[in-house]
Ligand binder design. Structure first.
Ligand SMILES: Cc1cc2nc3c(=O)[nH]c(=O)nc-3n(C[C@H](O)[C@H](O)[C@H](O)COP(=O)(O)O)c2cc1C
Length: 479
């Protein structure tokens, strides 16, 4: 096993009893809530429905987070791999699908050549994808009236790679002191003009109109993970109407919302938000992640100016704005997979472009839970979904139950876990014991693969991926 693959923290599977877990958390001063015993299905918060102001009801308090697969066709349509992933969403038992996966609003806004795109050419594929979800969910659970399906609309901004897995074709809002250099851009790399931004807003609205026609219940106006919507929030150094003040940095969001309200009346919206951010991290001694050196860092939205702590002042201002715009669904995440992945998806094993965890991944889980809790407390009327639970593995249900019981979030999101163990939510809802050999162990192959131009998926545990030739390629990449 290479140094990179040697775990720095105990594996969750080693914490076999609630006493083991409690002792570990106490010894390491990690104040993570969990319940010793799971409640029977009739009393479980997992099956608690969520009533939306729109009149729709979400049938339970479990949610599938958007998970893309780098597996669409070059013209932005789903492949069989995509359809198989959406099958996982359909049979999971979760009644909220927060976006399914990132779908670009235009070719140039794709994060990779195989990302889906919603336009008039691909429209019928999205109609079919949604119908597939409804059919498969109905086959499994007998109804779909309380299944709420969103579509995540994205423009990848700084991280656009529409034509080649190897070449960024970045669209940036301002020169970033670290990210320009790290992703091959000179300091004077051109920034998007206000007119170009206006055109992207138009493309967002056009895609939302199509999503509504295709029958999706809502669109997620993605504001996370370093992509364009998120970059606006940190564009403090950008002059003009889209940068500088909080009002200007949120103009993009407000204009998209107004455009959608006009062009697609009745379409609900949601926001996936990186509610906190830190400095970019890089490999330090022994490959452990360290932050870039900086005394002052103004580009961490929801972060302290040290670049190394959470400060939710602006995140709360944004949620107040979101609420005032009549948006109820908010999914909380943090940071970016490109420059500080440990914030967003705590893992024991890093992907090939990552670094060894700079902190116990349980602290990463706790940070997302705490931020989500603080925002839920401040905005009780919003429906707030938490992310980053997969690292908890067999303890996910115990932590999730405690969080829901205490009202620290309205719904628990499943990301990586849905790739390895699609029916974990259904098992939790039915009070069945977990199937241990399907539990995601956070090997990060689902990220290492696409970082090397391969389709994403759970190569270690999903039998369909284990037998692919790409599984062999991946093994070779990792030695
Ligand atoms: C392979 C992969 C694909 C992802 N695709 C998306 C995506 O399309 N949109 C998005 O907002 N987040 C995406 N994410 C982030 C997840 O939704 C989630 O926030 C993250 O994995 C942490 O949750 P977890 O601990 O349950 O995995 C992706 C993550 C992975 C590992």
């Amino acid at each position: 096993m290479s140094a990179k693959n040697k775990p720095r923290y105990p594996r969750m599977a080693q914490l076999k009893t609630t006493d083991d877990l409690r002792n570990y958390l106490q010894t390491n001063a990690i104040d993570l809530p969990f319940d010793d015993a799971l409640l029977p299905p009739d009393n479980s918060p997992f099956s608690r429905p969520i009533q939306l102001k729109s009149g729709k009801t979400i049938g339970n308090s479990l949610c599938i987070l958007p998970m893309e697969g780098w597996d669409g066709t070059l013209d932005g349509r789903p492949s069989d791999f995509t359809r198989n992933r959406w099958t996982k969403f359909a049979v999971s038992g979760a009644k909220l699908l927060f976006g399914c996966e990132a779908v670009a609003v235009c070719h140039g806004g794709k994060a990779n050549p195989n990302q889906l795109v919603l336009n008039t050419d691909t429209f019928s594929d999205f109609v079919a994808l949604r119908e597939q979800l409804l059919r498969q969910h109905a086959e499994q659970f007998g109804n779909t009236h309380d299944l709420v399906i969103g579509l995540q609309l994205t423009h990848s901004g700084r991280f656009c790679k529409p034509n080649s897995h190897k070449k960024f074709e970045s669209k940036i809002l301002y020169a970033h002191p670290y990210l320009n250099a790290r992703f091959g851009m000179a300091d004077d790399y051109p920034v998007l003009t206000d007119d170009e931004i206006d055109r992207i807003i138009g493309q967002y609205v056009d895609a939302a109109v199509l999503a509504q026609k295709a029958g999706f219940d809502f669109v997620d106006i993605k504001h996370c993970h370093g992509y364009l919507g998120h970059e606006f929030l940190s564009a403090v150094s950008r002059p003009g109407k889209y940068g500088g003040s909080f009002e200007n940095r949120t103009r993009y969001l407000r204009t998209i919302v107004a455009g959608i309200r006009q062009a697609a009346p009745g379409l609900e919206m949601g926001i996936r938000l990186s509610a906190f951010d830190f400095l970019p991290f890089k490999k330090g001694p022994d490959d452990v992640g360290i932050p870039e050196p900086a005394d002052q860092y103004p580009f961490a939205f929801g972060g302290q100016t040290s670049g190394q702590g959470v400060d939710l002042t602006e995140s709360k201002a944004l949620l107040a704005l979101i609420e005032s715009l009549g948006i109820q669904l908010v999914c909380i995440t943090g940071g970016s997979p490109y420059y500080n992945p440990h914030l967003m998806r705590p893992a024991l094993f890093p992907p090939s472009d990552g670094y060894l965890p700079p902190e116990d991944p349980l602290l990463g889980v706790k940070r997302q839970i705490d931020v989500t809790h603080e925002l839920k407390k401040a905005f009780p009327e919003l429906v707030i979904i938490g992310s980053g639970y997969s690292y908890l593995q067999e303890w996910l249900p115990n932590v999730a139950q405690s969080v829901l019981q205490a009202g620290m979030a309205d719904s628990i999101g499943f990301g990586r876990m849905v790739l390895s163990y699609p029916t974990m939510p259904a098992d939790m809802l039915a009070g069945r014991p977990l199937t241990r050999n399907q539990i995601c162990r956070t090997f990060s192959d689902c990220t290492t693969a696409p970082r090397n131009g391969l389709i994403s998926g759970c190569y270690p545990l999903d039998p369909a991926y284990k037998k692919l030739p790409q599984a062999e390629e991946l093994k070779e990449l990792k030695v």
